[in-house]
Design a protein around this ligand. Sequence first.
Ligand SMILES: [Zn+2]
Length: 526
Amino acid sequence: MTTKATKTIKQALAYKPQHTVWFAATQDLFNRVVAFYFGVIQAHPGILELPDKEALTALERLTHATKQNPHPVMPLSAIAHDLPAMFRRAALHAALGSAHSFYTHLAKWRKRKERASLKGKPFTIRPPVPPRSWNTSVTCYQGMWKHGDGAALLLKLWTGSSWAWVKVRVSGRSLPEEWQAKSPQLVRHGSQWWVHTPIQRDMERPKKVETQITTNPGIRTCAVDLNINEHLAVCTVQTVEGTVIATRFIGGGKQLHGLRKRQLGRIARKRSKTGIIAEGEQDNVHLWTKVRALDEDAAHLVSHRIVEFAMAHGAAILVFEHLGHFQPEKGKYSRRANSKRSYWLRGRIFRYAKYKAWNEGIVTCRVNPRNTSRDCARCGALVARYAAGQSAQGYTPGAPLVFCPACQLRGNADRNASMVIGKRLLARYQNRSPQEKPSTPLATERSTKVEGNVRSQDAGRRGGPSTVPAWHGTSVEHGTTQDTLSGMEECVSGIPHQLQRSRSSPHGTHTQNADYVGVPEEAALL
Ligand SMILES: [Zn+2]
């Protein structure tokens, strides 16, 4: 069985300054056409039931005048004349994609609402709204671009009054030859225009998690605990027997938090000066671009390191916990907004890690997050969580150290959580077929209160976490940032020596991953 590995190559374009307005004009025109087609689909929602090709034909018949079809119902010519066929096609596809996504969300919302009303519960979630403004990048189908000589590219751009071929230079890494390139997109980053080219490659489809765990005794998992404190991710590689091979702490959370908070604070101050913001209008565009870039970089960097670590230790499965619902913090705008973005970042790290891992033949799954921070990774009893210098008892959410009164395990709290996550996945399959597995360290864990939960959430399934209810505990524990590095050094004594050494510095160097920027949605959904 084969499948596709997908990623996007991002290249900066060099062009004459006067052509900048043509790029912008082309994108504006494209978005007007996308908005038009979205409107047509809203007027004829039946189109979404059709297979892709028939949907295209139906939309063209409704909008495009030809000799056989001189008077379409909703003529495109009302908003634009003489569009190249492939430009129109690309806009049509973009509109269909948005419409599919919007109506899927709407259907889900209706279902949830109905379920709530059946149970007699109040339902306050607002329905999804169709896009009010469009800011889609232009996809250049065949015929809208050509290869020039060397690193040059010819693009067909709208000047505002006519179509013109423009020669541009491409810089950055070139497209790898063994990959197959798809239609490039023209993307604006600040004031600079770039070309993003999705590329694909056939690869062997990785086996399902269950198959791998139950049939391959040599398999290793890499369990990841995502946090909103300094250690954005803590990864532990384990064998099926539960032997821990290595742990990696991926830090940088505090720095990111600080940088982001500063930008959000600036936005808040500027807002307070300008007063009320017009609805549907983006304020402080430049600052928001910075905030988004910070998160995007961090998500790519952390997810890249997770996958890199899993590969270095031969792990074939990535395990995460389902992420609970966000519980807003109190305080100033910058604080609230910052904690919200930290929370979102975890979801993004998960999505990016998932597709990067997939490209390397590593499958990703999720387990029930209940008590992953409160259980002991060795024996499953409830641990005490405390800060360095405190006595090892009670439970202080967010504190860096754990101590298990039942088996005397001491260690870093985030590392313990990542081990619990990994064991939970193994326990799921070992529970199903106990006769295959003799007693393992998991036996004790299974006998404790964890048992009921292990089977309740099947992360191996294709479906997302949409049905997962809010878990108490998880979001509370991650709410504070009291992690101290010095405290961690002390506690590692309970961990075998080779593991201490394999821990990498929480402040790694910032590397550029040009090949991973601009994630294609379809890859993220794999
Ligand atoms: Zn224990």
